[in-house]
Design a protein around this ligand. Structure first.
Ligand SMILES: NC(=O)c1ccc[n+]([C@@H]2O[C@H](COP(=O)([O-])OP(=O)(O)OC[C@H]3O[C@@H](n4cnc5c(N)ncnc54)[C@H](O)[C@@H]3O)[C@@H](O)[C@H]2O)c1
Length: 274
């Protein structure tokens, strides 16, 4: 219960899903938690729920991120853990597009199980706009960089700290129809390893978590295709948010004091190489 006693932790995209679950477990383990999210009300509601505080900012906005970390420094005077968790799937705000993608996945799967030929194509990359591509990289990759850079301005003089970056199994396995997301997550894994080497001299650890398929709002668009994913997963199910939150607690705690530059991947056996 005291694995993170006295630590100050900032979690981006913490208003719901994995970020909120991480915030809840961090609180239980004794950390003071600052919840970041896009929407100030959603961030504050989550913070109130777990007994933390909130700071709204778009992580892809460099100036907003700098202002948020200035606020952390002035409110707390230090930062022990940054969780770069904010993320988008690219279609959550477009139900029509999500349904179209899902239908194509289902049609393809049905053609495959009936022995082919495959006549349904996902065509997501050829249909993606410049904005789709840039927004995906901006939230995940720019956001991780902007927040890490500002966090290091606080952690470097402390000569201590821990950064956790949310990757995905998609960053190594790839995923049909999600090239921009996979590129962003692969970039985050490379960023993690490089930064880990750079800041080790300052006693700062940097690790990634690469979740498998987890039941959150992020994956709700999958609807009935979740059955296909569960069937492809050796453990026969999607993960729950605590499957990731406990990994974050471990990596942020002193139990992981010899762990840096690593990717921990709770994924039910879906993917066995990170
Ligand atoms: N759910 C999964 O299956 C899964 C699998 C692998 C990786 N991930 C990653 O885990 C992270 C969290 O996923 P989740 O399932 O909790 O998703 P979610 O959609 O439930 O939560 C994401 C949160 O991030 C916030 N957010 C989005 N853009 C933001 C921005 N620009 N600035 C600040 N906040 C922003 C959202 O408002 C939301 O509260 C993401 O990085 C996602 O890519 C999720």
């Amino acid at each position: 219960m005291e694995r993170l006693e006295g630590k100050i932790a900032l979690i981006t995209g913490g208003a719901r899903g994995l970020g909120l679950a991480i915030g809840r477990r961090f609180r239980e383990e004794g950390a003071q938690v600052v919840i970041n999210d896009l929407d100030p009300e959603a961030a504050q509601k989550a913070a109130t729920e777990i007994g933390g505080s909130s700071l709204a900012a778009d992580v892809s906005d460099s100036a907003a991120v700098a202002a948020m970390f200035d606020e952390v420094a002035s409110q707390h005077g230090r930062l022990d853990v940054l969780v770069n968790n904010a993320g988008i799937n690219g279609i959550e705000d477009d139900p029509e597009r999500a349904a179209d993608f899902r239908n194509r996945m289902l049609a393809q799967a049905s053609e495959a199980v009936s022995g082919g030929p495959i006549e349904t194509h996902l065509d997501a990359t050829v249909e993606a706009t410049d904005d789709d591509w840039h927004r995906m990289l901006a939230v995940h990759l720019d956001g991780t960089f902007f927040c890490s850079r500002e966090a290091l301005k606080i952690m470097n003089p402390q000569m201590s700290g821990c950064i956790l970056n949310m990757g995905s199994i998609m960053g190594t396995a790839g995923g049909a129809g999600s090239a921009a997301y996979c590129a962003a997550k692969a970039g985050i894994l490379g960023f993690t390893r490089s930064l880990a080497r750079e800041v080790v001299t300052r006693n700062i650890r940097v690790n990634a978590i690469a979740p498998g398929w987890i039941d959150t709002d992020f994956t709700s668009f999958l609807n009935e295709t979740k059955m296909l994913i569960a069937a492809q997963t050796p453990m026969g199910r999607l993960g729950d948010v605590d499957d990731i939150a406990w990994a974050a607690v471990y990596l942020a705690s002193n139990e992981a004091k010899f762990v840096t530059g690593q990717t921990l991947s709770p994924n039910g056996g879906w993917h066995m190489s990170q």
